[in-house]
Every structure is written in structure tokens, then in C-alpha cells.
Design a binder for this molecule. Structure first.
Ligand code: TYD
Length: 136
């Protein structure tokens, strides 16, 4: 799992005259079982979030409303993703440093995570993260 690459996953959308349903189903649409959902909202355009890596956690990040950018850095290098549609999800494997920025007005960042919250899974020091990455 640790050497997996980040990737954009197109989610299924079911149109309806009065709105759209977009679906993300564990193991069918993304490669883990979601044990936690959280979302970032009331963000300002100056907000910078993330600035950490996870040792084991997998995540699926979705711009449920609005748009924002996610910069990921891992064993395969650095990539910038712009999430600007609710049906365009970003799979983030373990051991990726992430920086979220450029939030549009009223953006909502929805995150599905493979485990419950565990602070010991976070790597919040970038130098420590780089040392751990070299060891993988
Ligand atoms: P953090 O994951 O650092 O936020 P972000 O990556 O969005 O900038 O979490 C911010 C704070 O919220 C931190 O004190 C941990 C806490 N937190 C929880 O208690 N439970 C959770 O599920 C999450 C994601 C964060």
C-alpha cells in the first residue's frame, strides 16, 4: 500500500431533474474501506490546510462544493491536483505530504478516511517526513 501513487478517480453521478447524486462506494470506487468521514467548511480563500503526512491512512478527497488545490509529495515526486468538480475525487495513499490551498468561496472539502482519527498516524514535521520517506 505504501508505494501506491495518488490518482484522480471519476465518481459515478446520477442525474435527476432536481439535482445530482454522486456516489463513492468503498472498494468498488476507491481502494479502501472508509471508516471515517469529515469535511472542511467555512474556509477562507487564505486558508492553508494539511501540511502533514500520514503513516498508514488512505484518504479520498472530494471538492463537494467549490474548488481547491492539493499538492502531494511522496516517493514518486510532487504533483499538484485541482479539485473543481464533485465527481472528481483524489485518492491519497499513505506517506504523502499534502498541502491544501486556493479554496474558492464556500468550498467544502469532503474527506473519506480508511481509519478513525489517530494523532500517532500523523507526521507533522516535514524533515521527519522526509527521513521516513527515504526509509520506505
Ligand atoms: P488536521 O488533520 O491537522 O487538519 P487539516 O489537515 O484539515 O488542516 O486536524 C486539525 C485538528 O482537528 C487537529 O487538532 C486534529 C483534529 N481532528 C480530529 O480531532 N479528528 C479528525 O478526524 C480530524 C481530521 C482532525
Amino acid at each position: 500500500m505504501k508505494l501506491l501513487r495518488p490518482k484522480i478517480i471519476e465518481l459515478q453521478s446520477i442525474p435527476h431533474p432536481s439535482g445530482v447524486i454522486t456516489v463513492a462506494e468503498s472498494t468498488r470506487d476507491f481502494p479502501f474501506v472508509a471508516q471515517r468521514v469529515y469535511f472542511l467548511h467555512h474556509l477562507s480563500e487564505e486558508s492553508n490546510r494539511g501540511a502533514h503526512g500520514h503513516r498508514n491512512l488512505c484518504q479520498l478527497i472530494i471538492a463537494a462544493a467549490g474548488s481547491f488545490s492539493v499538492r502531494l509529495r511522496g516517493a514518486h515526486g510532487e504533483e499538484l491536483f485541482v479539485l473543481d468538480r464533485p465527481d472528481k475525487a483524489l485518492f491519497v495513499p499513505p506517506m504523502h505530504w499534502r498541502d491544501l490551498a486556493n479554496f474558492s468561496e464556500s468550498a467544502v472539502c469532503l474527506v473519506l478516511a480508511s481509519d478513525r482519527y489517530d494523532e500517532s498516524d500523523y507526521v507533522r514535521d516535514e524533515e521527519e517526513f522526509d527521513r521516513l520517506l527515504l526509509g520506505h
